[in-house]
Design a protein around this ligand. Structure first.
Ligand SMILES: Cc1cc2nc3c(=O)[nH]c(=O)nc-3n(C[C@H](O)[C@H](O)[C@H](O)COP(=O)(O)O)c2cc1C
Length: 175
């Protein structure tokens, strides 16, 4: 599918079917993550693919709101990075997350971004620390986000031209 069609069609998907994601598609997602561009080609990120049901359930409680649906997802990709490897690790992780979401759409999968960086766990510690504890992640890493993935359990309407905030596009200067 053309990129413009993927961008128009992609909507956050938080309800997944029982259908298993084929290993071939998981391999393609790994390549998409690792081919995503980074500043100075520093590649400061790490990607943890998670298909373990009980771990997905524990991760779904890593922050009080906006992650609960993860317990019913067949797959999650946790994106972490070492801030000492790049001063723009947040951008690098965000690009990988976006590539993964568009790639997922192209593979016929639904996905949703779960924000972890700057979020707190209910205990008062950070959501990032909670995720790192569950994954036994090295101390030098920070968690940026989690991408939940799976076959769509519910279709959502694609975007249309009526959804475009055309006033946010400017030519040369703000008028
Ligand atoms: C940086 C970022 C953080 C997000 N965090 C969450 C989140 O923690 N939980 C969630 O359910 N959705 C999250 N989303 C999904 C947004 O709510 C969603 O993209 C937005 O409402 C637009 O809907 P759409 O994805 O269907 O276009 C996040 C999206 C972005 C880009």
């Amino acid at each position: 599918m053309k990129t413009i069609d993927l961008v128009q069609q992609r909507r956050s998907c938080r309800i997944y079917s029982e259908q298993k994601i084929e290993l071939e598609k998981i391999d393609q997602l790994k390549k998409i993550a690792l081919w995503s561009p980074t500043s100075k080609n520093n590649r400061p990120w790490e990607f943890v693919f998670i298909d373990d049901k009980s771990l997905l359930e524990e991760l779904s409680a890593c922050k009080p709101h906006g992650a609960a649906f993860l317990k019913n997802a067949p797959l999650a990709i946790v994106i972490l990075a070492d801030p000492n490897k790049s001063d723009v690790w947040i951008e690098d992780c965000s690009i990988a997350a976006s590539f993964l979401q568009l790639g997922a759409e192209d593979l016929g999968l639904g996905s949703c971004w779960i924000q972890i960086r700057e979020r707190t766990h209910s205990s008062g510690s950070t959501a990032s620390e909670q995720v790192k504890k569950l994954l036994h992640a090295p101390a030098n890493l920070e968690t940026a986000s989690i991408i939940a993935l799976g076959y769509k359990g519910k279709e959502r309407r694609p975007y249309t031209d009526e959804d475009l905030l055309t006033e946010r596009i400017h030519l040369n200067q703000f008028k």
